[in-house]
Design a protein. Structure first.
Length: 115
């Protein structure tokens, strides 16, 4: 199975972007799917998580501004980002995990928030 992230781009502060993550296989095979991000010179940090049964979890910085969702029928995961800030700039990665196996990573999509 492969994951492909898309939807990044340039946004102004306060603006919105929606990222997509397409899976080549059924996402119901995964116990959870995640969005991570990595800014220049920093480690890759968790952004949001959605479990197989649809439970969502957010980090402090993403709570209230970002919404993670998925469409099982389309094998897609999304990250709707609102009220974007310059510190949200980074490469965003999607990730899928089936417990007991190695996680699958998609390639990153660049998000730049700048006026």
């Amino acid at each position: 199975v492969q994951l492909q992230a898309s939807g990044g781009g340039l946004a102004h502060p306060g603006g919105s972007l929606t990222l997509s993550c397409a899976s080549s296989g059924s996402i119901l095979a995964f116990n959870e799917m995640n969005w991570y991000r990595q800014s220049l010179g920093t480690e890759r940090d968790a952004v949001a998580r959605i479990t197989r049964d649809g439970k969502t979890m957010y980090e402090d910085f993403s709570e209230g501004r970002f919404t993670i969702s998925k469409d099982n029928a389309k094998n897609m995961m999304y990250l709707e980002m609102t009220d974007l800030r310059p510190e949200d700039t980074g490469v965003y990665y999607c990730n899928a995990q089936t417990y007991g196996t190695r996680p699958i990573w998609g390639q990153g999509t660049q998000v730049t928030v700048s006026s």
